[in-house]
Design a protein around this ligand. Sequence first.
Ligand code: 6R9
Length: 650
Amino acid sequence: MSEETLSNLLNETRRFPPPAELAATANVTEEAYRQAAADRLGFWAEQAARLHWEQPWDEVLDWSDRPFARWFTGGRLNVAYNCVDRHVEAGHGEQIAIHFEGEPGDSRSVSYAELQREVCRAANALTELGVVAGDRVAIYMPMIPETVVAMLACARIGAPHSVVFAAFSAAALRSRIDDAEAKVLITADGYHRRGTVVDLKPQADEAVDGAESIEKVLVVRRTGQQVPWQDGRDLWWHELTDRQSDQHTAEAFDSEHPLFILYTSGTTGRPKGILHTTGGYLTQVSYTHHAVFDLKPDTDVYWCTADVGWVTGHSYIVYGPLSNRATQVLYEGTPDTPDRGRFWHNVAKYKVSILYTAPTAIRTFMKWGGDIPAKSDLSSLRILGSVGEPINPEAWIWYREHIGGGRCPIVDTWWQTETGAMMIAPLPGVAATKPGSAMRPLPGISAQVVTNAGVPVPDGGGGLLVLDQPWPSMLRGVWGDPERFRDTYWSRFPEQGYYFAGDGAKKDADGDLWLLGRVDDIMLVSGHNISTTEVESALVSHPAVAEAAVVGAKDETTGQRIVSFVILRGGREEDPGLDAELKAHVTKEIGPIARPRQIQFVAELPKTRSGKIMRRLLKDVAEERSLGDTTTLTDASVMDLIAAKLPHAA
Ligand code: 6R9
């Protein structure tokens, strides 16, 4: 970014106060902010006490070896016990933990008592295979209950897991297995996706072929398809677990015992293994899930649509919800199978009350049109969440109206794999929300927006988002690479000791935060910093547009010129006047400086497998370069279609 900070471009003035009933019964109120401001560590100690500790901690935070934090030092606890056993012991064994909905329509509900028995069997099975505390276990699995069981079984015996998204290639799995030196791989025969059976075992085989650390491969039977088999190495999950005892005594581990490694791709170099540990992580995922979703475990039905292979799945499918005794939906498939109403059929079938999804999904639903959700009974919903990218104000409004029936608060939650849990988000019973704003840091969390020199900007200003105080679920390092940890996150502001998140943000006149996307994506046009997010949001606020991606392409006169890629809403045709109309619309919404030089109408945008727009590739197209690394792209053919549309491309 240039020295000039981001100008305050958006003029969003709509406000949505919390429903009175929710405000009156909310799990967490304004008081939490006051309490945390007065005594931050005391506040976190109180949240940690929501969990069961086998041995209490000595010190809440040891920050003496910064940036390596230690939270709840000397404390001991077992994560699986906290997520499962204690609920059964408290008399809630019959409560459903997971309503599994398979894509073909098969379903299965697992109670907390059943989950406990399955986790115990799996923990005994892993122990029989020689897995001991500290050994790493790789998990390459679809969205089925056994994946949750496998993760909890690892946690129960203190074996850190490394979950690798099932749609990643054999090569991606292999590099993650090698980096963590995983001893066991847990996988499945295959899974159902978009109406077909997808194989998983052949990719798993290719990945482990010659991988020195792997001793055994455990295979869950999901589809029943034929799979290649290597005797001596491969074992059926059901054969091994069925003959185990369903009793297992959970051992408590040190608060700083590694819980899991999760790889983030990053733009350069090999993937980074983000390390999370036990006590602080569970404290913050549990507290934030309780506070931000206002979960009432006896009555709510919660559904997070993320894949368990991403951090959102780890923190808000497995550890947060289960530690709070949630009843949740776990869905295997895609939103358009067998038809585009599948999410809404699921909501109606299970009477989902809290839904957590991503802007990319919301914009897709907008593109498909509001008449699809209108066919389902969505009256059970009471809170809607968003995560993964900035949510454009118009997508926010669409979500509120078409999914939330105009009555459900939206919680836009900003956080990262590295932060482990939510950091900036409104509390649904407290905040008067603003479409497109994640509002303010949660109680006990501190964030600042600063200039390049690290000076906090005043209200109304914009700059770089930093975290200026340690938090319980912060990453404890990059697996095997302490230097990379310091360089990547702590070297931008060494004097101030800030954690630099890599995102741009602005503060409005009330001090509320608006996330502007990755700093690398911010454009510099004629000396002005313009965020791609704001131009995209202006485009999406036009009634013809469902989704937009904006990049800054090199330009001799202005430094960068704004190039935009636009997907139209269902039913809208690309007509000759629309190009000029959209340019004029952006000028009206933001100003002439933000007016796109070029607009391309496209059918799809390049996205990562977790649903984030890959602007880097669009920039390659706009600057007529050959494409950079496309391995994390969901569908590489999207780029050919886009390149073919640009006038200068061959
Ligand atoms: C949880 C997750 C982290 C990056 C983050 C930011 C973007 C996530 C956001 C958001 C604006 C939100 N991001 N949530 N931007 N508003 N509510 O997505 O983790 O995959 O590590 O990505 O995602 O750019 O830095 P991860």
